[in-house]
Design a protein around this ligand. Structure first.
Ligand code: UDP
Ligand code: MG
Length: 313
């Protein structure tokens, strides 16, 4: 029998744990004779009753595992912990808030059986999300697509079924600034999309603040492409070239008409403009340098507090 891990990163999702588990079970009931499912809850440093809720499931069902991380690391790392844990033939990552409809899973599995390695769910519509969030996310993917060599599929999230070999490939990459949406595409393998309507969260609020999203966007760009470095270099060329042309113009003008003390505004404008450009470029370089700094420490991605399983073996 093939084994499938349902990997669920959860940060303060207490009210969603039981409804999610039961919806998943209902969706997979017809498949349970052919596949062995294990439900892994990765508790990403929750401060609410998430642990108690999962413990309740563990007492009553024999296919639940709880992995406690030592603190809140963020969803990207929590997912990595799920991949590390798995020894299964396939892993399905799904959000704990029921925004990802479990009834897609049978279709994912049947596509997997036809030979696909990465079956990802693609949002048709984002219900219950603010206009600002939709617009900024759209803009981000546009920009990223323009500047990077490998494509990132817009509106495709982390809800996907990954074959063992894709999981192994992902886990061989130990970078700590993980932009998993970029990694899926970087590793390749046979991909196929299925579309769905994203539901609003069942309980609680989204953990993504504007700042967290901005950080993910900057990490997405700097850990995934070096295009901003090139861009700042091209811009530097452009500014230097303009300055050179202007210099010749000033030189000739001075030779013909002599010099006068006017021209202070032009000088101050140029000085400030160039200063700004230099600061931007240094900032971009600094962003990459800080990634090098962080990665060069080679710290483990996370620490496990403990791991408990209700599986009868
Ligand atoms: N999550 C997590 N650690 C965090 C933030 C979120 O494990 O620090 C989990 C969260 O419990 C949920 C999933 O990641 O299962 C998606 O989070 P959320 O619903 O807040 O994101 P959104 O759907 O708004 O993108
Ligand atoms: Mg959500």
């Amino acid at each position: 029998m093939k084994t499938i891990l349902i990997s669920i990163p959860a940060f303060n999702e207490a009210e969603n744990i039981k409804p999610l588990y039961h919806t998943l079970k209902d969706a997979l009931i017809n498949l349970s004779s052919n596949y062995e499912f294990e439900y892994l809850f990765i508790n990403d440093g929750s401060t609410d009753k998430t642990v108690q809720e999962v413990s309740y499931l563990m007492d009553h069902y024999d296919d639940v595992t709880l992995l406690n991380l030592s603190r809140n690391y963020g969803k990207e790392i929590a997912m990595a912990a799920g991949f590390d844990y798995s020894t299964h033939d396939a892993v399905i990552t799904i959000d704990a808030d029921l925004q990802h409809p479990p009834n897609l899973i049978p279709k994912m599995i049947s596509l997997w059986e036809t030979g696909y390695d990465d079956i990802y769910a693609k949002r048709k519509e984002r219900k219950g999300e603010s206009f600002l969030k939709k617009a900024t996310s759209k803009l981000f993917y546009k920009v990223l697509e323009r500047i990077s060599a490998t494509k990132v599929t817009p509106d495709a999230g982390d809800y996907r079924l990954l074959d063992r070999k894709v999981v192994a490939a992902l886990m061989s990459m130990r970078e700590s600034e993980r932009y998993t949406k970029g990694l899926y595409n970087w590793v390749g393998f046979k991909k196929v999309a299925i579309e769905f309507d994203a539901e609003p969260r069942l309980h609680g609020k989204s953990k993504w603040s504007f700042n967290a999203l901005l950080k993910l966007a900057v990490e997405g760009i700097t850990s995934y492409t070096t295009a901003p470095l090139k861009l700042s270099m091209y811009f530097g060329f452009f500014v230097s070239f303009s300055a050179f042309v202007y210099m010749i113009y000033v030189l000739i003008k001075t030779l013909i008409y002599g010099s006068d003390t006017s021209g202070f505004p032009t000088i101050i404008i140029i000085v400030l403009f160039l200063g700004g450009c230099q600061l931007i470029s240094i900032g971009i370089i600094g962003e990459y340098l800080s990634s090098v700094f962080i990665e060069s420490k080679r710290r483990p991605l996370y620490f496990k507090e403990d791991i408990k399983t209700s599986k009868k073996k």
